[in-house]
Structures are given as C-alpha cells and as structure tokens.
Ligand binder design. Structure first.
Ligand code: ATP
Length: 862
C-alpha cells in the first residue's frame, strides 16, 4: 500500500495527497506534517517498511469538506485519491486513483455563495496580456485582452480571483506578486510552459466546444486571450478530471465597455466591502443588495464592480427599474416567487459534475416550480430589458415533471442507500420494494397454500444461513411430501425441503434490498444525466432569473430609500440636487442626513475646491457624488431629489492617508504614487475625488503639491477632468477666479462661542478657518493642550507665507506661461530656475519632483 501511495504522490508532488483508506483520508510524511499543523490534527505514525515510522494523520471522509476548505483557503492544493473499486471485490490491494485536485480557484464548496469563486489565467506576451476567468461552480467563463499592466491590475481587482495561474513571463513581470498574495489573498501558481502552447490551447478549446474554428468562439483577434482561455481550460481538465459539460459558453469582452475604477478607488469607495473591517455591511452593495437568490446576489455584485459607459445600455436598466416600480404589486409578487429559488447555477454545476445528491434534485425541482409564475408575471412588463429576460427564460416544465415523477419527496442525502426513487416510476423498483416489505406475508401465504395442497398440517417455512428458506416436515407427515419437492437435509425427527417456487421467493426477498439500492442508484444517475444534458437551457434560465432578481431588488431599494431615476447625458454635466450618501444616510439616525447639491461640467465648473473644518462632512460629500455617478452607471436609481449624470469613463479617488506597510512604502509615498497614477491615467471625461492631497508631508510642501496638482488638472489642454478637491489649505481658495473652471465651496458650520455646530450644508465660497482646535476639543483633548495650541496658531498666523496662483488665461498655454509661483521669494537664482522650468513638457511625477526639490532649496535657505 505504501508503494502505491508513494507512486501516486510522485505524480502529485505539488499537492497534499488525501489518500482514502476505508472511512478516512490519510496523509503521510511531509503532507502529514503540514496538514497536522494547519488543521490541528494529531500526528501519529505508521510502519511502512522503512527504519522510521511514516508520520501520518487523517480526516474522516464524511467531514472532509471543512478540512479541504481550510487547506485550500490557505493556498494549498489537495489531490483527492479515492478507492476506485469495491474493497469486497478487490483481488489484493484496492485500486486507487486521484479523482480531483482541489485548488483555491477550483473549490466547489466555498463558504460565501453570494460571490463567485474565480480562477484567473493570465498570459503575458511582450506587452500584451490575455486574461481568462472562470467560476467552475457556475460555469461562467470569460476572456479578454489588455495592453498594459495597470489595466491588468484593474481586471484582477475587479474579479478578485481566489487563484491566478500564469505563464513564466507574468510571474517575472513588474506585477507585485506578494501584494496579490498577502493583500488580496490570491494564490498565484506559474504553470509549466506546455500549458501555453498555441496549438494545444487551440485544440483544447475546439474540442471542448465542438467547433471547427476559433471564429465561432469570437477568438479570431484575441491570440493572447485564446491562449489564456485554452490554458485555463486545460488546467481545469487536469485538476477536475471531468468533461466540464457545464462550461458551455466562452464570453469575450472588452474592458472599454465598462467604467475603469482602479484598485484603490474600489477600496476607498467601499463598493463591496468596508475599508477597515472588510465587511459587506457598510458598503454600497450592502445598501443595494436586497436580492432573494444567491445567483441574483452574485450578478448584482458583478454589476457593481463593472459600471457601464454605454448610455443606451444604462438607460435600458433604468427603464426596467422604473417599470417595475410602476407595478409595485407585481414586483413584490415576483420577489415572493424568487424567494424559494435555490442556486440554480451551482445546482446545475453539481448535476453536471455528478456530485448532486437526491436532495439537490428536490431543491432543483422546487425552484423550477416557481418559474412558470415568474414567467407569467413578467408578461405585464414591456420594457426591452424585462421582455428580453422573459424570452430568455425557459420554464423547464419537462425537467420539473421528470424530477416530480421520479424522486421521492423527502429523499436522503446519500445516493447509495436507496429510498430515492418514487413508487410507480419504475416497475422493478416497485417489485423489489414490495419484496422487501411484503416478503414475510408472501412466505406465510405460500406456507398456507402448501399446507392446504399437501395436507401437512404442521408444515413450516423456516430460514437458516446455510440453506436459506426451506420447508420443514416432521417425520409423521413425511409420506405426504410431493415428489417435486427436493430434500435438502434430514434431521432425527424431520426432513427439510426446497421447491423452485420457494427459491424464487427467496431470491426476490433476499436480493431485493441489494438490487433495490443498486437500481435506485443507477436510475438516479440516469435522471441526473438527463438533466445535465439540458445544461444550456438551465444556465440561460438561471441567468435570466438572476437578472430578474437583481432588477426587482434594485427597484425595491429605489422605492424604499427614495432614490430617483437619473437622467443620463454625454455632455459631461453632473447636476445633482439634494444628493445623499447612500450608505451614510442609512447609518444616520432619524433621517438626519443633510442633502447637498453638486454641479460639475466641462466648462466653468470643472473643479470644486472644498474647504471646511474637520468632521464637517467633506469626505462624505465627495464620496456621495462619486457613488451617485457610479450607481447611475451601474443602472441603479440614485439617492437624490433629481440627478442629471454626464457619463464618466473613469472614477479616481485619492482619499485619506493609508499606510501600506505590506508593500514597504511610506504613507506619503503611497499617496504620491496614487496621485501620479491619477494624473497619468485620467482623461477629460473622468471624475476625480481628491481628499487632502499633500497632507502626508510638511505643510509647505503639501500645499505646493496640492496647488500644482490643481493647476495641472484644471488645464483643459493637459487634463481638464471634473474634480472635487477637499483641503485644509485655505490658501488654495485663491485659485478661484485665476484658474478657469475652479470654484470654491465650503461646508457650513456655525460658531457658538468657543464651540462649533456642524450644519453639513455645502455652500459657495471658501472657509476662512479650519476649526481644527475646536474639533480637537470636541474629541476630548485635554484643556492645557488646547489652550497652548491656540497660542501657537496665533503665533504662526503672524508669519504670513503665501503662494500666488500662476496667471492662467481662460485657455492657458502651459509652454508660453511665465511662472509666478513663488514671487514672494527674493532669491534671484531660485526665481530664475523656476522661470526656466518647462512644466508643460514634464511628466506629472517629474513636475512634482522638480517642485519638491525647489521647495527644499527654498526651505533650507529660509
Ligand atoms: N450630509 C450629512 N448629513 C448628516 N451627517 C453627515 C453628513 N455628512 C457627514 N456627516 C457625518 O459627519 C461625519 C464626518 O464626516 P466626514 O468624515 O465626511 O468629514 P470630513 O469633513 O471629511 O472630516 P475630516 O476633514 O476630519 O476628514 C460623518 O461620519 C457623518 O456621520
């Protein structure tokens, strides 16, 4: 046995081998040491012909799921080695085979069913990346190509896969693998190069989809993508050892279809989880997700992760929600019918995988029962999206009828112990079942008949292990025994006989149980296969049901939270009246959230500089604007009195200062890297949310950087993106009037003696004070510190250090401009150097660095 073990282990060196021994999966040697440590199992030993006993530990087979999940979630791969023949029938050692390799991205039983468990394959060829993503629990399978590392990282962040498989070139690229592993908890496995062989990938895809050319799969122009999709499929075949019949469709997509949100903006905006605790509660998804099914929850999460940029598509979604809210009663009826629907996508996955049990089929059937109702209710709607969903939906009556007539109402989980098939479905099942239960009365009947026929008054049918059933006749009646009876045994005072009839009855009774369970198992598998053959119809219906769930949920949330339908435009005007933060308003007691307006356009209202004391609500206001735009583009209604939303191509946020100790960067470095990323990648159609840029360094440097950044963004020839910029540097309010498109706003507060009252209302104009000391007092900082701070503020205010904005005309020309940034500085050499600076020709980061260097020079001299 140990030899068999070692041979198998040799083939699966990179896996922990779960080796089936009776009712346990055992691990040996190094695997045992790792597993005992990770799973807190007792390490024992087994003599194995070597000098030392082999370290060994094991887990019971019926509880294997939990142990598997723990190992896999920690990035291990586990190979499951099963006994593939009945130990009773085995001659010698029981044959064993690895039947599946479980990896983080191919785990079939993940804990959170409201999110997909993605496996991503990345192929890096020169400066191109092919990305293929699949969820084997649902059969989702996608492919795309991108041309930069940043876009690749955006895709990784969007899907947040559990596992990435990649070619060597990717693991050697500049992507920070440690960050993927530790921050995003993604297992990264580079694969051997043969996986990425063009021809192999092509063949794998063509064979799987049974098509003659890649054209049919939409892969003609995606060579890199084709390799990623092919390698991913090959990897799935290698690990799942399955025909993967539920992977029926490869969806190609282009990232240009969706709004780009980089990873830090995703985190900052708390789209699907909160920044600190990583909880769904407190995120945008938490507010929006009132779906009734796991499929709907997953679909909604995917939508929130990928807002659209096509106006027609966005408006189609809005129209569906509007129509659902015009028919509230029907909408609620739909939600009622959605409620009992199980996870059809994962059920059909299990059915195709042949791991579905009888109870899964019952769950499947009860779900299907809801479909005709949903289909009928959808007839009330005429909006294009809801009509399409109705058409996509197949009520699957044949599947429902098949399970209804074949599977018992309350079957066991096990498929090997019988009691699965309904009476009347199969003649033999009925016969065996009858034999099992009615065997005794049949024997009694036969006994009575024979007694009657022969006249042997004390005739008895008895049973023993050697002869089975027999007829026993005492010596006194021996003469009445018919010739046809066969004598089996002679006792002192009795004879034992058998008859063909009795033997047949015996066969029926004794074989019934065994035959019944075997037949029930075979029939169950047959029914399961019959359903699996309809995987396409079922998957399409499941997707439609998921979307009905998503839109009824969005409509319900819109109504309950008083959201309005946004009016979309492509002119770049964002005009929100009475906007609210969708999450903060839920957390604020007694409807005390104060609504605020936002107006941004591509002309004179491009940049809002927002000042106001700490705690006033600046961050909330800016995030609310970003979230309202994002929600509108997801297709949802928005928290406002009215909203006109100019579609944006990207949202960038730079919010607060967060340490990134994991990657070994300082707070300020992280901040500047993010600023650099924004300035390089934003376009005039982007929305930027910049909160306290420059806070992480000295006041003077920080102010200078913030100032230069605003100058850069405001220039329509360079960037001209719509921006909300919150700051405590009141000096920046001087930019209004001198830089085109820049306006000052502040969040109002009322002074009450030494204290302040937050009004949370945004108004035109700049704040003149920061009230930092009042807020510190509110927070309970001791009095002596507060009064000393007040003294110091007065001293510092006396030393006036001011910057002057660059004189920028309405249409500024960066190259021709004269720099007047620091004309309060009297040192001529520095002024000359500044004048000679050619900011227009520098990259943003170089410009910042140059400014930074000059700042130091000035500061040192002062
Ligand atoms: N419009 C509003 N209505 C009611 N409460 C609000 C509103 N805006 C913000 N708040 C509350 O005020 C708190 C502080 O808001 P926020 O963090 O946005 O302030 P801030 O001005 O960004 O502060 P800081 O400058 O210290 O970062 C929030 O936690 C929220 O509960």
């Amino acid at each position: 046995m140990m030899q068999q073990y070692l041979k198998t282990k040799e083939e699966y060196k990179d896996c922990i081998l779960f080796y089936r021994l009776g009712d346990f999966y055992e691990m040996f040697f190094e695997d045992a040491k790792v597993a005992s440590r990770e799973l807190e199992l007792t390490l024992t030993g087994k003599s194995c012909g070597l000098e030392e006993r082999a370290p060994m530990c094991g887990v019971p087979y019926h509880a294997v799921e939990g142990y598997l999940n723990r190992l896999v979630s920690r990035g291990y791969k586990v190979a499951i080695c099963e006994q593939v023949e009945d130990p009773k029938e085995a001659k010698g050692l029981v044959a064993r085979e690895v039947v599946r390799i479980v990896t983080p991205g191919t785990n079939l039983s993940t804990a959170d069913e409201t999110r997909n468990n993605y496996l991503m394959c990345i192929v890096c060829l020169s400066d191109h990346y092919g990305i293929s993503t699949a969820d084997i629990t649902t059969g989702d399978y996608l492919v795309t190509e991108v041309d930069s590392e940043r876009k690749l990282l955006d895709e990784i962040n969007k899907f947040a896969p559990a596992e990435i498989i990649c070619n060597e070139a990717f693991s050697m690229s500049g992507v920070d693998l440690e960050d993927l592993k530790f921050r995003l908890n993604i297992a990264v496995y580079p694969l051997e190069s043969w996986y990425f062989d063009d021809e192999l990938c092509r063949k794998t895809l063509l064979e799987h989809f049974q098509v003659a050319s890649l054209q049919g799969l939409g892969l003609t122009d995606l060579n890199c993508g084709m390799i990623a999709a092919g390698a991913l499929l090959k990897y799935l075949y290698e690990t799942q050892k399955q025909p993967l019949t539920h992977m029926t469709h490869l969806q190609t997509y282009t990232i240009g279809k969706y709004m780009i949100i980089d990873s830090s903006s995703r985190r900052n905006l708390e789209l699907t989880e909160t920044l600190r605790e990583k909880l769904k509660r407190g995120s945008l998804l938490w507010v929006l997700d009132k779906t009734r099914t796991a499929m709907g929850a997953r679909a909604l999460r995917n939508m929130v992760e990928q807002p659209l940029i096509d106006r027609a598509e966005i408006e189609k979604r809005h129209e569906a929600i509007a129509e659902l809210n015009d028919h509230v009663i029907t909408r609620e009826e739909l939600r009622e019918y959605l409620n009992p629907i199980y996870d059809l996508e994962r059920l059909i996955g299990r059915i195709s995988y042949q791991t579905a049990n009888p109870r899964d089929l019952i769950a499947f059937r009860t779900s299907l029962e809801m479909l005709p109702h949903i289909h009928t209710l959808l007839e009330e709607f005429s909006s294009p999206l809801l009509s399409e969903l109705r058409e996509e939906m197949d009520v699957l009556e044949d599947m429902q009828a098949l399970i209804e007539k074949s599977i018992q109402e309350d079957p066991p989980i096990s498929i090997r112990d019988g009691d699965i098939i309904r009476d009347g479905y199969h003649e033999d099942v009925d016969r065996y079942r009858k034999a099992k239960t009615e065997g005794k009365s049949w024997l009694a009947k036969l006994e009575a008949e024979e007694r009657e026929k022969t006249g042997i008054k004390n005739l008895k049918i008895k049973y023993n292990k050697v002869f089975g059933y027999y007829l026993e006749v005492t010596n006194s009646y021996k003469d009445l025994v018919p010739d046809t009876w066969m004598r089996k045994q002679t006792l002192t005072n009795a004879e034992r006989y058998i008859t063909p009839e009795l033997k047949e009855l015996e066969d029926t009774i004794l074989g019934a149980e065994e035959k019944l369970t075997a037949l029930e198992y075979a029939l169950f598998c047959e029914i399961r296969e019959q359903i699996a053959s309809q995987v396409l119809r079922i998957q399409r219906t499941a997707k439609a049901v998921a979307m009905v769930d998503v839109f009824t949920s969005l409509a319900f949330v819109a109504e309950r939270n008083r959201f309005v339908r946004p009016v979309m435009n492509e002119k770049g005007v964002i005009d929100i009246r009475g906007g609210r933060h969708p999450v903060v308003e839920q957390m604020t007691d007694n409807d005390m959230f104060i609504p605020n307006d936002t107006y941004l356009d591509n002309g004179s209202n491009r940049i809002s500089i927002i000042t106001g004391p700490n705690m006033a609500g600046k961050s909330t206001y800016m995030r609310q604007t970003a979230l309202i735009v994002l929600m509108a583009q997801v297709g949802s209604f928005v928290p406002a009195d009215s909203a006109r939303i100019g579609i944006v191509d990207r949202i960038f946020t730079r919010v607060g200062a967060s340490d990134d100790l994991a990657s070994g960067q300082s707070t300020f470095m992280v901040e500047m890297t993010e600023v650099a990323n924004i300035l390089r990648n934003a376009t005039s159609k982007s929305l930027l949310i910049l909160d306290e840029i420059g806070r992480g360094t000295s006041t003077f440097d920080g102010l200078a950087i913030a100032w230069a950044v605003i100058e850069y963004i405001s220039n329509p020839k360079i960037l001209g993106a719509k921006t909300l910029f919150a700051t405590h540097y009141h000096e920046l309010t001087e930019l209004e009037g001198s830089l085109a498109g820049v306006n000052n706003y502040c969040i109002a507060v009322k002074e009450k003696g030494d204290d302040i009252v937050f009004l949370r209302k945004i108004i035109r104009g700049g704040a003149d004070k920061s009230y930092g000391i009042q807020v510190a007092k509110l927070a309970g900082v001791p009095d002596p510190v507060i009064s000393r701070a007040k003294e110091l503020v007065e001293e510092l205010s006396a030393a006036d250090i001011s910057l002057k904005p660059r004189a920028v005309a309405a249409e500024p020309d960066m190259e021709a401009e004269q720099i007047s940034l620091f004309d309060t500085v009297k040192d001529d050499d520095i002024i000359t150097e500044i004048r000679d600076m050619d900011l227009g020709n520098m990259t943003p980061l170089d410009a910042l660095n140059t400014i930074y260097r000059l700042q130091n020079k000035i500061r040192n001299r002062w």
